[in-house]
Design a protein around this ligand. Structure first.
Ligand code: ARG
Ligand code: ZN
Length: 463
């Protein structure tokens, strides 16, 4: 028996305490909402133009009674909303950047329901908080030019997914995805996960269906449309229990060899990283190359790699994010150094595996922070999310831990951390607590100094 609830306020904007309460992006997400799966059917009728047409069904549950669903959305026009198949009242609040949906009865914890949103039009604009990359996040459109086909893809970290997908757009609410991309004949659609179907009559539009069966944060969802060459490589047996990980890369037709060369050693990279981190957490890995000079992004199972970033260290970095970022995700954006620190440290581990001097690399990072300034690792403002401290000081924090406890304990610690939080989310405090229980107070102290010190701690040196 469930106690009676107060009457549902009909589509009233609720106080901001109803948001997830992210410390950097306080307006994102809905507290108490748990999206389990997004089943997205997306039509890109004219690749290279921004327009999309879509229907998404979110499988929802709640951790508190929710009379109203508030999804993050910026852009496309919503034409209908259904709850378990029945039309329900909805309203877009473009100021709050929310889609407000009134449920016939509150969604209660332990209960599931399907919310279907149909929408179409032009994706909205979300400015990148990283001032080094003055780009719009989310749905990207690359117009056709000469012999080059038009293309579209997602580039959403941190908060751009809501430009093309009404969603609980916060990494604390991870979900699985089914993505169905319909494109004109001659084009290829690709998304996070494994391709499970391609349908369509020959000579007509084709639908490519992908299943991402392990939960990922919304920002990590890859969707690509282009005239691609899909290159398959032998599976790599580094999945859970030594299971094979499917390998496929997507190169736009005409991608020159020097760009492709950055990805020749992917299988080797997967082996080296899984030696340090434990099994690769997903069923597939590869890259989709894009032409605009944007930052690379570790989109789940299919990293999005601009031609301008098609270099081995960047390829390695995005692969490392599959463990740290995609499988283990920050519960709050202020903790994003946990992604960037591990991915950057992976570059050092890879360099060492090539016979290079990791300590020298650490010293270079230290010098750059000494010159450029640094901050404690938990970010306080959006401009700090992807700054040098997140990457290099974050990496040096892990180096300090490794130097304090030795290689064997460090490997065990990292694998324990990766296994414990696989599929879930972490805060900086979780890493510190695990360091204390797994490595003792010396390990915890080394890490804590690098996380908290207002000044740059001394370069960690192996005694
Ligand atoms: N996570 C990406 C990487 O380090 C960087 C994303 C940069 N994001 C941004 N909004 N500029 O691989
Ligand atoms: Zn990164």
């Amino acid at each position: 028996m469930v106690p009676a609830l107060p009457p549902t306020p009909l589509l009233q904007p609720l106080p901001s305490t109803q948001n997830i309460g992210d410390s950097i992006f306080p307006k994102l997400g809905q507290a108490g909402l748990d999206v389990l799966n997004y089943d997205l059917a997306l039509t890109v009728a004219r690749p290279g133009t921004p327009q999309i047409q879509a229907e998404v069904t979110l499988l929802l549950t709640a951790t508190r009674p929710l009379p109203q669903i508030r999804l993050d959305v910026v852009g496309p026009t919503v034409s209908s909303v259904r709850w378990n198949g029945r039309a329900v009242p909805f309203r877009t609040d473009s100021n709050a950047q929310k889609l407000l949906v009134s449920l016939p009865a509150p969604l209660l914890p332990g209960v599931r329901g399907n919310l279907t949103v149909r929408y179409a039009g032009t994706p909205g604009t979300v400015r990148d908080p990283d001032f080094n990359f003055p780009v719009n996040l989310g749905w990207q459109s690359v117009p056709a030019e000469g012999a080059t086909a038009g293309a579209n893809f997602t580039l959403s970290e941190p908060n751009g997914t809501r430009t093309f997908l009404p969603s609980n757009d916060h990494p604390s609410d991870k979900a699985t995805f089914t993505t169905r991309i319909t494109v004109p004949v001659g084009f290829i659609g690709a998304a996070s996960g494994v391709q499970v179907a391609q349908t369509g009559v020959s000579g007509g539009p084709q639908t490519f269906v992908f299943s991402q069966a392990q939960p990922i944060p919304t920002y990590a969802l890859a969707i690509h449309v282009n005239k691609f060459e899909r290159v398959e490589s032998p599976a790599v047996p580094v999945g859970v229990g030594g299971s094979p990980v499917q390998r496929r890369d997507y190169f736009p037709l005409g991608t020159p060899q020097p760009t492709r060369d950055a990805y020749i050693r992917t299988a080797e990279m997967m082996r080296v990283l899984s030696d340090w981190f434990g099994p690769y957490p997903f069923s597939a890995y590869g890259v989709a190359v894009v032409t605009p000079p944007l930052p690379a992004l570790e989109t789940a199972t299919l990293s999005t790699m601009p031609v301008s970033s098609s270099r081995e260290p960047v390829a390695l970095h995005e692969l490392a994010h599959q463990w740290f970022g995609n499988d283990i995700s920050p519960a709050d954006w202020s903790d994003v150094w946990l992604n960037e620190g591990f991915a950057t440290y992976a570059e050092l581990l890879w360099a060492e595996a090539q016979g290079e001097d990791g300590q020298e690399m650490a010293a270079r990072w230290w010098n750059s922070l000494d010159r450029g300034g640094t901050r404690p690792l938990v970010a306080r403002r959006a401009e700090q999310l992807f700054d040098l401290s997140a990457y290099r000081r974050g990496a040096l924090a892990l180096h300090a831990l490794r130097v304090a406890i030795g290689d064997d304990s460090f490997r065990t610690f990292v694998q324990t951390y990766a296994a414990r939080y696989s599929g879930g989310t972490v805060r900086t405090a979780d890493l510190l607590a695990l360091a204390r229980t797994q490595t003792g107070s010396a390990g915890e102290a080394a890490l804590r100094l690098w996380i908290e010190s207002p000044t740059l701690p001394p370069l960690p040196v192996v005694p």
